[in-house]
Each structure stands twice: as structure tokens, then as C-alpha cells.
Design a protein. Structure first.
Lengths: 116, 113
């Protein structure tokens, strides 16, 4: 069965500092991978996704993520965090014909706080 | 224009009542979903419909019944509400079943007293 682990429940960074949010997945083949962001009281917004090809993907709001098959990871990065980035971040593995899983499998989320 | 919309945004009700949440998407997608987000922010799939046909029904109590009158709508009806049903319910849609991005609605916060 596929699963997603986000090891960090809560991260605090200073505004302007760099950010890396970790995501590890368990899946036999190459998965479809997503990062979503949820601002307080809001729905989920797609930041970026990886389906195939270049393992470094660019997303909205200056975020990027790198797929590393050898580490089963898909970490999210941003070189300089803004106060408006404070939110909950979810990594997800997409549906798969291989596993028969037909919906997104989400990690437990990482809450990002940004200090002035 | 809102791509995936849900009504109501907030729903406060008493135990034992029956309530419905509505979802509409104007993206022309074939597949729609209901997810439940619990108090710890964990998101879990409940149901999915593809072209009005139920394709996912995760171990959800029978009190929850989805209905898809057409491809653009997926409603969630909940009978005999319990305290444990309090959560945020998200509707989502995608073009297909596997490799497509899912677009989420703003969520419905259900509070059962």
C-alpha cells in the first residue's frame, strides 16, 4: 500500500530564511507526487506536481521540489520565505493503476510558522 | 470564477440531525471526490464519482450517502449526525482518474453539538 510520511509536524523559520519541508513516500513504481498548501480557514491549493521527466519541478509562489527516487523523497524548498507562506503544507501521492488506489494519499501535513 | 464551490461554508447542528453539503465544479471534469479533514488536519478520501458512477467508497458509515445528479455536482448527505462527524469536508474534482491534478473546494466546517 502506498503511504506518505511528513516527518516534521511543525517548522518555524525566520522571514527571508530558506525552507525545506520533507516528504517521503512508500510506493513500488514511480509515483505521481504533489504538494498542496492550506492557508488558515482555506481549501487546498496546488503548489506543484511531479509526473515524470525533470526531477526538479518548479511551482507557484517561488516553491520548487526535487524527486529523488533513491531516497523515496519529494522535498519542498523555497530560497527565501515570506510571512504569507505561513500555512499547512501537504505532500500527496496520486492515484495509481498499479496499486488500485484511486485517490490521493496525503501525508499528515507540516505546519509552517514564519517569524518576523 | 470559482472552480470548485461548496455550500455551506459552515454548518452547526445538533446530534441526530440530517444535513447535506453541496459541491459544484465548473471545470468540466469527469471525476469528483469527498475528503474528510479531522481535527489533526489529516485528510482522508471518503467517496469518488466518475461520470456519475461511484468508484470509491472508503470504509465510511452508511449514514453518509453521496449523490451525483450530474458530472458537475456531488452532494454529501449525512443522516443521524454524531459528535465524531465534526470535521472539515472538502470536495475536489479532476479531469480523469489517475494522473490528473485534483482541484479542491474551500471546505465545509461541520460542527455537531
Amino acid at each position: 500500500a502506498q503511504s506518505v510520511t511528513q516527518p516534521d509536524i511543525h517548522i518555524t523559520v525566520s522571514e527571508g530564511a530558506s525552507l525545506e519541508l520533507r516528504c517521503n513516500y512508500s510506493y513500488g513504481a514511480t509515483p505521481y507526487l504533489f504538494w498542496y498548501v492550506q492557508s488558515p480557514g482555506q481549501g487546498l491549493q496546488l503548489l506543484l506536481k511531479y509526473f515524470s521527466g525533470d526531477t526538479l519541478v518548479q511551482g507557484i509562489k517561488g516553491f520548487e521540489a526535487e524527486f529523488k527516487r533513491s531516497q523515496s523523497s519529494f522535498n519542498l524548498r523555497k530560497p527565501s520565505v515570506h510571512w504569507s507562506d505561513a500555512a499547512e503544507y501537504f505532500c500527496a501521492v496520486g492515484p495509481s493503476l498499479d496499486t488500485g488506489r484511486r485517490a490521493l494519499t496525503f501525508g499528515s501535513g507540516t505546519r509552517l510558522q514564519v517569524q518576523p | 470564477d470559482t472552480a470548485v464551490s461548496q455550500t455551506p461554508k459552515y454548518l452547526v447542528t445538533q446530534m441526530g440531525n440530517d444535513k447535506s453539503i453541496k459541491c459544484e465544479q465548473n471545470l468540466g471534469h469527469d471525476t469528483m471526490y469527498w475528503y474528510k479533514q479531522d481535527s489533526k488536519k489529516f485528510l482522508k478520501i471518503m467517496f469518488s464519482y466518475n461520470n456519475k458512477e461511484l468508484i470509491i467508497n472508503e470504509t465510511v458509515p452508511n449514514r453518509f450517502s453521496p449523490k451525483s445528479p450530474d458530472k458537475a455536482h456531488l452532494n454529501l448527505h449525512i443522516n443521524s449526525l454524531e459528535l465524531g462527524d465534526s470535521a472539515v469536508y472538502f470536495c475536489a474534482s479532476s479531469e480523469g482518474l489517475v494522473a490528473d491534478t485534483q482541484y479542491f473546494g474551500p471546505g465545509t466546517r461541520l460542527t455537531v453539538l
